[in-house]
Ligand binder design. Structure first.
Ligand SMILES: [Zn+2]
Length: 367
């Protein structure tokens, strides 16, 4: 297979760090692929059309409580003795990524001391080249990607020994093309995405066998158009990413995360033609419920974090027009705490930094 990475272009600098190419390779339809009809065009009656226009206008008027969210993020960082800080201690690197990227999306990156953050990130690096979730913890490919992303956010990739970090990531590739998360060897397609994304930002994709990496991801494709953690795994298996406490586990929606990871890894490596876009697009757009929110699988409640996983996956396969972005934005805005800042998983729940990030990112992509 010829490897032609697509040019990564994005009007949103931060979102490009995922990286999420907004201009994708032309779709290549393979022989024998099932043709699915496009979703029916809705011809709303004149009154309904007028109501839709009014609704769109009202939604457009609703805005993110940006200043409140900035204050909330800064307050979370200061509350080091809280319960949330204690359980998040070992994944502080991810928390830093979520919080700082949100600030960047809100155009407030300058409210933090970048030198202090960079100093702390470098203290989390191990001799192996990998990064830990915090000082004194074990390195993992997930925290390594977050460290790379935060440094890229501040245009400080130059402080990295790129060869050392990329060698660490490349060293986690297995013979069959899959990736382990760390030295303990757990294999998951999510780690494939993390490795490919990290190496892509470092411009070191040539350090791994991309063809085998792509073939492994394809081997995890399911009949429903989705992807599993491993070959034969269900598209929506509820396996946790790490041994998190139940409180943290809810932060990591596996099903949609897997779909996003596999689609994004194929997008970065220029291999999106292996995705049955209509089949996957149908499954993804059926995730939108009446309230406008998106769920992770049928019969489940909507959750703000799926806004990002579903929306970005639909964007990558060029099917984002199959859902109502207006209704989704309305749902996200309804999950804001307009008094104290922060965004929750669904209206009236407690806010957290994870959903604040995915809410702001989802709103940015949808807008
Ligand atoms: Zn969630």
């Amino acid at each position: 297979m010829e490897f032609n990475p697509p040019l990564l272009t994005s009007s949103q600098r931060t979102l490009s760090l995922f990286p999420l190419p907004l201009h994708f390779p032309l779709e290549i339809r393979t022989a024998g692929e099932v043709e699915f009809p496009p979703p029916p065009k809705r011809h709303a009656p004149p009154l309904q059309q007028a109501l839709n226009t009014i609704e769109s206008t009202l939604v457009a008027m609703g805005e993110l409580a940006a200043d409140k969210h900035v204050k909330y993020i800064l307050a979370v960082e200061k509350r080091k003795d809280s319960f949330e800080s204690a359980v998040l201690e070992h994944l502080r690197m991810n928390g830093a990524y979520w919080g700082l990227t949100t600030l960047d999306l809100l155009d407030k990156r300058d409210v933090v001391d970048s030198n202090e953050i960079i100093e702390w990130i470098l203290k989390c690096q191990h001799e192996s080249g990998g990064f830990a979730g915090n000082i004194g913890h074990d390195p993992h490919i997930l925290y390594t990607l977050s460290a790379i992303q935060v440094l890229a956010l501040f245009d400080k990739l130059n402080v990295l020994d790129v060869d050392k970090v990329s060698t660490y990531i490349a060293g986690l590739q297995n013979e069959d093309g899959s990736f382990s998360g760390d030295i303990w060897g757990e294999v998951d397609t999510r780690f494939s995405y993390i490795a490919i994304c990290g190496l892509s930002i470092l411009k070191c994709l040539d350090k791994i066998n991309v063809e085998r990496a792509v073939n492994y991801i394809i081997s995890c494709r399911n009949v429903d158009g989705g992807f599993g953690c491993t070959p034969g795994g269900e598209s929506h298996a509820g396996q946790s990413m790490f041994q998190f406490t139940p409180r943290i586990e809810k932060f990591l929606p596996c099903s949609m995360f897997e779909v996003f990871c596999c689609v994004a890894a194929l997008a970065i490596t220029g291999a999106l033609h292996y995705v049955d876009k209509d089949l996957l697009g149908w499954w993804l757009c059926e995730r939108q419920v009446k309230s406008g929110g998106l769920n992770g699988r049928p019969e489940k409640l909507p959750d703000v974090c799926y806004s990002w996983w579903v929306l970005s996956s639909l964007t990558m396969i060029d099917r984002v027009h199959w859902i109502s972005k207006e209704k989704l934005i309305k749902f996200i805005l309804n999950c804001q705490d307009t008094e104290n800042g922060g965004i929750s998983d669904r209206p009236d729940d407690a806010v957290d930094i994870f959903h604040t990030y995915f809410g702001v990112a989802g709103k940015t992509v949808a807008a």
